[in-house]
Ligand binder design. Structure first.
Ligand code: AP5
Ligand code: MG
Length: 218
């Protein structure tokens, strides 16, 4: 049985920060739909250019484009032992499609850690987030600064501010989350696989809670 985990939470909750560490610890890939879109945009693919029309204004990319992209990614051999999904699914239609993809391959979701953080903190986190140009490593000017200003600790590439991290776009992304993604909390709760994690703790303490949870399952 493959180990799939869905990291759920609002923009800025720490999904990417935590998914990278937990994935490394478990030896399974982290699959971030947002990172996949940004890689496509960097390579100027048709998919990336189309998706960016939605991303830059804080809207969700349409379900059919997103589902096909993630389905292709999950079918690759590095996911044969499972994966951590970060930012997908984020609509009921995506959740249903993901269930069907897993059923076809006789897999299931083990746990859905829901990283909860109050809105005021989300805005503070995203307005000072720094993202690595090469691989999407994540920093924060105050809470997780790089060793050298403007340079990624892991690969030396440039750190930049995401276009969708402007305050007005962040507020809109949070509204979109409330309307379109929040229903998934109930969806997974009803299935008994949702576990609420206090995302307002330090990065290290959130990691500890997530690793305890994943170890408990195995
Ligand atoms: P995506 O890239 O997934 O953005 P998001 O969901 O808005 O989430 P973020 O990446 O902003 O936040 P995060 O939870 O990963 O937080 P992070 O770890 O970086 O999606 C971008 C766009 O792509 C979407 O708006 C949409 O348009 C499109 N898209 C993507 N997936 C889609 C889908 N499935 N369907 C349709 N469209 C889709 O942390 C944030 C900051 O806080 C960092 O600076 C970090 O250092 C800091 N931080 C983290 N944890 C802590 C802590 N405990 N204490 C203090 N600071 C912390
Ligand atoms: Mg992220």
């Amino acid at each position: 049985m493959r180990d799939f985990y869905v990291f759920l939470g609002p923009p800025g909750a720490g999904k990417g920060t935590q998914a990278k560490v937990v994935a490394r610890n478990k030896g399974i890939p982290q699959i971030s739909s947002g990172d996949l879109f940004r890689e496509n945009l960097k390579d100027q693919t048709e998919l990336g250019i189309r998706a960016n029309q939605f991303i830059k204004v804080g809207e969700l990319v349409p379900d059919d484009i997103t589902i096909d992209m993630v389905k292709e990614r999950i079918s690759r051999t590095d996911c044969k032992c499972g994966a951590i999904l970060d930012g997908f699914p984020r609509t009921p239609a995506q959740a249903k499609a993901f269930d069907e993809i897993l059923e076809e391959t006789d897999c299931k979701i083990n746990q859905v850690p829901y990283i909860a953080v109050p809105e005021a903190e989300l805005i503070e986190r995203l307005s000072a987030r720094l993202t690595c140009r090469a691989k999407g490593h994540i920093f924060h000017e105050k809470y997780n600064p790089p060793k050298v200003a403007g340079v990624c600790d892991f690969d030396g590439s440039e750190l930049y501010q995401r276009e969708d991290d402007q305050p007005e776009t962040v507020k809109h992304r949070i509204q979109v989350y409330e309307q379109r993604t929040r229903p998934l909390v109930e969806y997974y709760h009803e299935r008994g696989i949702l576990v609420k994690i206090n995302g307002s703790q330090s990065i290290e303490d959130v990691t500890k809670d997530l690793l305890d949870l994943v170890d408990e399952v195995n």
